[in-house]
Design a protein around this ligand. Structure first.
Ligand SMILES: [Zn+2]
Length: 140
């Protein structure tokens, strides 16, 4: 197991190595030593933001209209995207993993035929991309 430290250094529930690897690859955590990672975000705040974003979007994937169980970062975490609801879109697991780290605008072009409301989605993406707060990493 890998020891997990919160942004403020507090010890959280340990996680499996592949999970730690994924957090680091997504620029959401850094390795402190071989057996310890430190998160770069507050997981408790993120849980609330995630819930708020899903509720705002009525638990419907904005990419395809199917039920949403995940949130997609408009500006990816790996590119400094924040966890604020402004930077989150309700998304089904399929769309979220298919998009990966690609630009939201590129993915929008690819998904153009399946997006239920292109104007709304374009507006939301634009708003997040131009907003300075969407790109500020939450470190408290
Ligand atoms: Zn979808």
């Amino acid at each position: 197991m890998i020891t997990v430290l919160n942004v403020d250094g507090q010890e959280l529930t340990p996680c499996l190595p592949h999970r730690a690897e994924r957090e680091v690859n997504r620029a959401r955590a850094v390795w402190i030593d071989d057996e310890t990672i430190q998160l770069l975000y507050n997981p408790f705040t993120f849980r609330d933001y995630r819930k708020a974003a899903l509720k705002r979007d009525h638990f419907i994937c904005l990419w395809c209209g199917n039920p949403a169980t995940t949130v997609d970062h408009i500006v990816p975490s790996s590119k400094g995207g924040s966890d604020l609801p402004l930077n989150l879109l309700a998304s089904c697991g399929d769309c979220n993993s298919r998009r990966g780290n690609r630009s939201a605008f590129l993915f929008l072009r690819e998904k153009a035929h399946s997006v239920p409301n292109r104007i709304k989605l374009s507006y939301r993406i634009l708003k997040a991309v131009i907003s300075p707060s969407a790109k500020v990493k939450m470190i408290k």
